[in-house]
Design a protein around this ligand. Structure first.
Ligand code: ADP
Ligand code: MG
Length: 386
């Protein structure tokens, strides 16, 4: 009974509107998004952040005030046709039960047309999966040519009907954060005509890597120059502060906080998470599972469990002797890149080696970028001997 209670609220899934009691922080990001929805007439905006930082959760917290919000999940992204169809299908599905008879009717037409189109070539995964909601892999080579013009036409018709009824329509497009930067630009480019029109406002989740690129484009620091033409502005989700992660865990464990010998255990879990909510849930699950038979979790047990998990993490990455040595030296450090490099040089690393180690650690997440510099990952705080 107790065991179930412990794990019950550690499920890793985006929070929705009726789970706000588990929601922490994000006031700034939420208000930035709300302002965009409220004050911009049209345009494509990005919501950017690491996986697990809470993009989907944040989109779920947006409520309809004056404008119509349509949530769209683009599941099939194999090619631009699939994306167009997926978008069209999501919209039709959303508007099928709309108050306006006109919108209902066009949605019905669109859905029927889509099914017809899709059944033309049996075996094409987009079609199959739309009907069966099965997760099948499609082969690009065999993808039939759909009537793309008609699809664009229908998309416009549906948006027109929705705009007529609601004034402004806001589309929240999730799941593009799983794509590569170049692909996202291609996708948005292919939908430019429909998404960049008066009274259609779009927020898309974007992969983390786009953020830097976007800032560079804005400041004209590189020749890429494409992104700012498509994306009007980007809202960036920061890492949570440790105390917010702790608060998040306290909320989740609310019914069983007495299981922890000391709440400082939650600080350790927060440190491990490096400010990423998904990582916090993950490590909490691991530690709970490992100790679930115990009546109480002591600080010592918790440290042991975290140590074990950290070691597993390290084992999956084969480090050179020099990298292992650097790990021990840098543990616990926060500061600028230069401060990390100096620390290594002081410990008789060649400067070029220090550079490459820093870059490597950054790439694999042993060093985490923070607003004011860098931090050595809390995932390795308790690894004593390597
Ligand atoms: N602000 C928050 N407060 C509490 N839990 C959160 C918050 N943001 C995210 N989470 C939790 O963290 C996990 C990852 O969130 P999710 O929205 O799926 O991230 P993303 O879409 O960026 O990958 C989910 O289990 C979610 O419930
Ligand atoms: Mg998500």
């Amino acid at each position: 009974m107790k065991d179930e209670r412990l794990l019950k609220r550690l499920v890793d899934k985006p929070l929705n509107r009726n789970e706000t009691e588990l929601f922490v922080d994000r006031g700034e990001e939420l208000s930035a998004l709300e302002k965009i929805l409220k004050y911009y007439a049209f345009g494509i905006f990005g919501l950017c952040g690491r996986t697990g930082s809470g993009k989907t959760t944040l989109l779920n917290m947006l409520t309809e005030e004056t404008q119509k919000i349509v949530r769209i999940s683009i599941i099939y992204r194999d090619n631009s046709d699939a994306i167009l169809y997926n978008l069209l299908y999501s919209l039709a599905e959303h508007f099928l039960k709309d108050d306006s008879k006109e919108i209902q009717k066009i949605s019905q037409n669109v859905k029927e047309w889509l099914f017809e189109e899709v059944s033309i070539v049996r075996g094409f995964s987009l079609g199959l999966s739309m009907m069966a909601s099965a997760d099948l892999k499609s082969s690009k080579a065999r993808a039939p040519r759909f009537n793309v013009f008609k699809a664009h036409d229908y998309l416009q018709k549906m948006l027109d009907a929705a705009k007529k009824h609601y004034g402004k329509v806001s589309l929240l497009i999730d799941e593009l954060d799983k794509e590569k930067k170049e692909d996202v630009i291609k996708i948005l480019d292919s939908l430019k005509l429909e998404l960049q029109q008066e009274d259609v406002l779009t927020i898309v989740t974007l992969p983390q890597s786009i953020y830097k690129e976007y800032i560079h484009d804005r400041l004209r620091m590189n020749g890429f120059g494409n992104l700012e033409n498509i994306i009007k502005d980007v809202v960036f989700i920061r890492d949570l502060e440790n105390h917010h992660v702790k608060e998040m865990l306290i909320k989740r464990f609310s019914e069983s906080l007495d299981w922890f010998e000391d709440l400082s255990i939650l600080d350790m879990l927060a440190d491990f998470s490096d400010g990423n909510p998904r990582d916090a849930i993950w490590i909490a699950q691991k530690v709970v599972l490992e100790n679930i038979s115990k009546n109480q979790l002591t600080v010592k047990d918790a440290i042991q469990s975290i140590q074990k998990i950290s070691k597993e993490l390290i084992r999956t990455i084969s480090l050179t002797d020099l990298q292992t040595k650097a790990l021990k030296i840098l543990r616990g450090l926060t500061g600028s890149r230069e401060q990390f490099l100096i620390k290594l040089v002081e410990n008789s690393f060649a400067r070029t080696t220090a550079y490459s180690i820093f870059d490597k650690f950054l790439e694999i997440g042993f060093i985490v970028p923070k607003e004011s510099g860098f931090k050595f990952s809390g995932k390795l705080s308790f690894v004593e001997e390597l």
